[in-house]
Design a protein around this ligand. Structure first.
Ligand code: AMP
Ligand code: MN
Ligand code: MN
Ligand code: MN
Length: 278
């Protein structure tokens, strides 16, 4: 099977490597088709595309959009997007616009919890000032020595219900799917196994996504356990979704799975790339 890696982050969002370094690593790791999917931002795609071309690495322009669904943050990946599409560009800009204000709220809440200066601290780790994310706060809290790794920072400080948690309150599922589809892209629900919904709520979300024209879900991702690969393969087939595969790589030493190092999709699913010319 094709070694497709259709989900990762550069330092244009909350990854560590530049688009150039990511493309180079994808090629070295044996990726056959590669998508870069920064959070709410397409500013790194031109560089990624140019380097991928020079390396003869088939490239898919992508994005990962943060939405709120039933009170929780859900991520919708767009693949094969035209990143110059005005509706997409405006939607992403509006989504990013909320981040600085949210970061100041996160910082104020952390200060109340005894961690002053977190906004400035997080900024030291930001590659793109428009895209300050909890990941940057997490790196700062680790630098302070208050947590030893990303998992612990989210468990103790930044995850839902913790002192530094401030929800996103920006785009909807309908917004994200419309932006992606109007940009000619394929909408994919990212890492469904990460969301804490009841079975009933999951069914409602998958059904709404399908009705809106959503096409795929991630089945094999660095965010899923091995059991979840098989579980979401069944979900994909039950709803008639294509199956996607992506490491969600953010950086060496930080991410569980490296670019191109995931197991293949379970048999019996239809890969999201089944009709791509590669
Ligand atoms: P934000 O978009 O600012 O809410 O930040 C979300 C980002 O934080 C995600 O894209 C992940 O990169 C990271 N993240 C969220 N939860 C965790 C976790 N439990 N462990 C490690 N990273 C996480
Ligand atoms: Mn991230
Ligand atoms: Mn995500
Ligand atoms: Mn991601």
């Amino acid at each position: 099977m094709l070694n497709a890696d259709l989900h990762c982050h550069s330092n244009v969002s909350d990854g560590i490597l530049t688009p150039t370094a990511l493309a180079t690593r994808a090629k070295e790791n044996g990726v056959d088709v590669w998508a870069m999917t920064d959070h709410d931002e397409v500013g790194g795609l031109a560089e990624a595309r140019a380097v991928a071309k020079a390396l003869d690495l088939p490239f898919v322009p992508g994005v990962e959009i943060s939405i709120t669904w039933s009170g929780q943050t859900v991520h919708i990946v767009g693949l094969q997007i035209d990143e110059t599409n005005p509706l997409l560009v405006q939607g992403l800009a509006a989504t990013r616009g909320g981040r600085e204000e949210r970061a100041r709220e996160i910082s104020a809440q952390l200060e109340a919890a005894g961690i002053p200066g977190a906004f400035e601290g997080a900024l030291k780790f930001v590659g793109n000032p428009d895209l300050i994310s909890r990941t940057h706060f997490a790196r700062y809290i680790i630098e302070l020595g208050l947590s030893k790794n990303l998992h612990d920072v989210f468990a103790d400080y930044l995850g839902e219900g913790k002192p530094g948690f401030v929800p996103h309150r920006w785009a909807t599922l309908q917004n994200a799917v419309e932006w992606i589809r109007s940009a000619g892209g394929i909408a994919v629900i990212a890492h469904p196994g990460r969301y804490k919904f009841s079975d009933l709520a999951f069914d409602a979300m998958f059904s709404e996504f399908k009705d809106l024209g959503g096409a795929a879900i991630e089945v094999t991702t660095g965010s899923h356990t091995v059991d979840q690969y098989d579980y979401y393969a069944k979900v994909a087939n039950n709803y008639g979704f294509l199956a996607s595969r992506g490491s969600d790589f953010h950086g060496p030493g930080e991410s569980r799975v490296d670019l191109g190092k995931l197991p293949p999709l379970p048999s019996g699913v239809k890969p999201v790339w089944h009709d791509w010319q590669i």
